[in-house]
Design a protein around this ligand. Sequence first.
Ligand SMILES: [Cu+2]
Length: 310
Amino acid sequence: MKWKGLLFIAMLIATIGIASAHFTMLFPKGMDVTPQDYIAELGETKTILIVWGHPFEHILFDMTSTPEVSVRDPEGNVKKLSPTEITVEGKKAYKVSLTIDKLGDWVVYAKYKDKDEKLVDHVKIIIHCGEEAWYGWDANVGQKVEIMPYTRPYGLEEGFVFTGKALFDGKALANADVEVEKYHTKDVADEVVKKAEKMFPYDPPMMFTRVTKTNSNGEFAYTLDEPGIWFIGAYGPEVNGFTQRGIIIVPVLKSFPPREESSLELQSKIKALEDEIAALKTQKKAPGFGLFGAVVGLLIVAHLIRRKAK
Ligand SMILES: [Cu+2]
């Protein structure tokens, strides 16, 4: 009985240990957010969800305070937004709304203080509107810890390198930890987490939260190797017992031009080979090299497709 209790506690600790970093998430749609949701049409009203939790594992927690949210329009005008308390997947969260009525880039930024984690997040997203209206994305909005993107944070594809500079009180944040984590919808999260726990049982979270560092000038680089919504958070020092962190959320598109085209070509080749095999099978006589060749060809094409899919 006693050892069973201890085992339970040990298992509980192990379970708690499997956790990636908390992040404040700003999603300009719902929890089924896609990179396209960070693009707006002129006149469109965006409702932005503000939730708190683990993006990679899709675990949410109650927010312990109301975030302060502002928006900077492409001309540099700043306006405060009023968050409304809502419930998302049973947890306390917030939302704000704004209308995108000018072409260019809109920076929506929030400050969120979490009492449990003793953390203050200074998070920002960029909403882009309009053809070649590429101005505003690199604006400094004066956050306590702020990530200044060097790489324009839209029109990025999987496999692109994102670079930026972290600032604390406007000065280079040198030698700081930068955590990089991709968001998953619930169904994908459960599957990927299970896979990581199986393949890397000694340390699954090393696959959830990637870490890089800033150099002496506060700069960092990281390859965003999958399409989706990425969180990049730079850790600044503590202020009044609360760690200050700057986050930029970066949407990454699927590879362009789409890979499906070449894969379709290979699929039609497979079909042709399959037809050939079927034709040879219907012939009563021994198929000889014809069938053998077709099978080998099929195997080669299947192998190529598998490699393409990776
Ligand atoms: Cu966490």
